[in-house]
Design a protein around this ligand. Structure first.
Ligand SMILES: C[S@@+](CC[C@H](N)C(=O)[O-])C[C@H]1O[C@@H](n2cnc3c(N)ncnc32)[C@H](O)[C@@H]1O
Length: 288
C-alpha cells in the first residue's frame, strides 16, 4: 500500500474537474467558435460566479456537473454563451475603416444603388453593444449632410443576447461617448436628464435606421439579405480557430453584393484566406 501523505487530495471516481472544463470548452467551441484553453479557466469562473452562486453551486466544477450531468445544458446555454464572449468595443474604433467608409465605400455604394435599388445596406456582424453600428450610422448621416440625402440602413448582430439588448437601447455612458468629436456628439446624441443623467442617447433619426438582433456567425443560418454593401467583421475572428474564421468570412462573402466592402479587425488580416476578395488596404477587402 502506498503511504498517503496528509497533503494528498482524495481521489474522486468518475469525471475529473479538468475533464469537465475540457468538455465545457469543447461545447463552447462547437456553439460559438470561441477557443478556451485551460488558462481561461479562472476567467470563466469569475464570469460565471454570480450565476453558480445563485444556483447554490459551490464551485465552477459543481456548476459544470449540474450543466452537463444533471440535464441543465439547454437552460444554461444562453448564460454560458453570454459569459464566454468578450465584448470590448468603442466608437470610431480603428478609425481608418471609417475614413475609408466615407471616402470610398459609401460613394461607391450610392452609385451602385442608383442602378440596382435604393438602400445602402451595412452589417455590423459582431456588434457587441452597438458602438460600431452607431459609428457607421453617424458616418452615413455625415455623408448625407455633406453630399446630399440617400437611403441607408444598418443591421447589428451578435451571439450575446445581453449586448444586443443594450445595443437596442442606444444609450451609452457619457464617459464611453467622450472620445466622439464634440460636433458629432452634439448632432447625433441627446444628453440624459433625471434618471438618465450621465448618459447619452443616439437621436431618433438614426435609431429609425438601425436594427439589432441575435445571430451566431457559425450557426450556418444565413442572413435573409444577401445584397449588402458593407460588412464589418472586426475583432471577433481572433477568438476562433482557422476553420471557424474561414466559415465566418465565407458567411460575410455570401452576404455582400459584388463590389461590396469587408472590414476585418486590424490584427485579423492574416485570417483572410477567401479567394473572392481583393485587398484594398490594411484589413479592407472588396468582393470580386
Ligand atoms: C470584441 S467584440 C468586437 C465588437 C466590435 N466588432 C468591435 O470591433 O468593436 C467581439 C464580439 O463578437 C461576438 N461574438 C463572439 N462569437 C460570436 C459568434 N459566433 N457569432 C456572433 N458574434 C460572436 C461577442 O459576443 C462580442 O460581442
Amino acid at each position: 500500500m502506498p503511504q498517503v501523505t496528509r497533503f494528498e487530495e482524495p481521489k474522486t471516481l468518475g469525471v475529473e474537474p479538468t475533464d469537465r472544463f475540457q468538455r465545457f470548452a469543447a461545447f463552447v467551441r462547437r456553439e460559438v467558435g470561441i477557443k478556451l484553453d485551460a488558462s481561461k479557466r479562472s476567467m470563466v469562473e469569475t464570469r460565471l460566479r454570480r450565476r453558480f452562486t445563485l444556483l447554490h453551486c459551490e464551485s465552477l466544477d459543481d456548476y459544470l456537473t449540474y450543466v452537463f450531468e444533471n440535464g441543465a445544458l439547454d437552460r444554461e446555454r444562453p448564460v454560458i454563451v453570454n459569459a464566454v464572449t468578450t465584448n470590448k468595443t468603442d466608437f470610431f474604433r480603428e478609425p481608418p475603416h471609417f475614413d475609408h467608409l466615407m471616402a470610398e465605400a459609401l460613394p461607391e455604394a450610392i452609385a451602385r444603388r442608383r442602378s440596382v435599388s435604393d438602400r445602402v445596406k451595412i452589417w455590423s456582424a459582431a456588434s457587441s453593444t452597438g458602438a460600431e453600428a452607431w459609428t457607421a450610422a453617424i458616418c452615413c448621416a455625415e455623408y448625407a449632410l455633406r453630399h446630399g440625402p440617400f437611403d441607408w440602413g444598418i443591421i447589428g448582430t451578435d451571439v450575446n443576447s445581453e449586448v444586443i439588448t443594450q445595443a437596442q437601447t442606444a444609450i451609452f455612458d457619457d464617459t464611453f461617448v467622450a472620445p466622439v468629436q464634440p460636433d458629432l456628439r452634439q448632432r447625433y446624441f441627446r444628453t440624459g436628464q433625471g434618471d438618465f443623467a450621465g448618459q447619452s442617447r443616439i437621436i431618433p433619426e438614426l435609431r429609425a435606421r438601425v436594427r439589432f438582433f441575435e445571430h451566431n456567425l457559425l450557426s450556418g443560418v444565413a442572413l435573409r439579405d444577401c445584397n449588402l454593401d458593407v460588412v464589418f467583421l472586426r475583432n471577433v475572428l481572433i477568438y476562433f480557430g482557422a476553420a471557424d474564421q474561414d466559415r465566418a468570412i465565407a458567411q460575410a462573402a455570401r452576404s455582400l453584393v459584388r463590389g461590396g466592402i469587408l472590414y476585418l479587425g486590424h490584427s485579423e488580416a492574416m485570417s483572410m484566406r477567401h479567394p473572392d476578395f481583393d485587398v484594398l488596404g490594411p484589413s479592407i477587402y472588396r468582393k470580386r
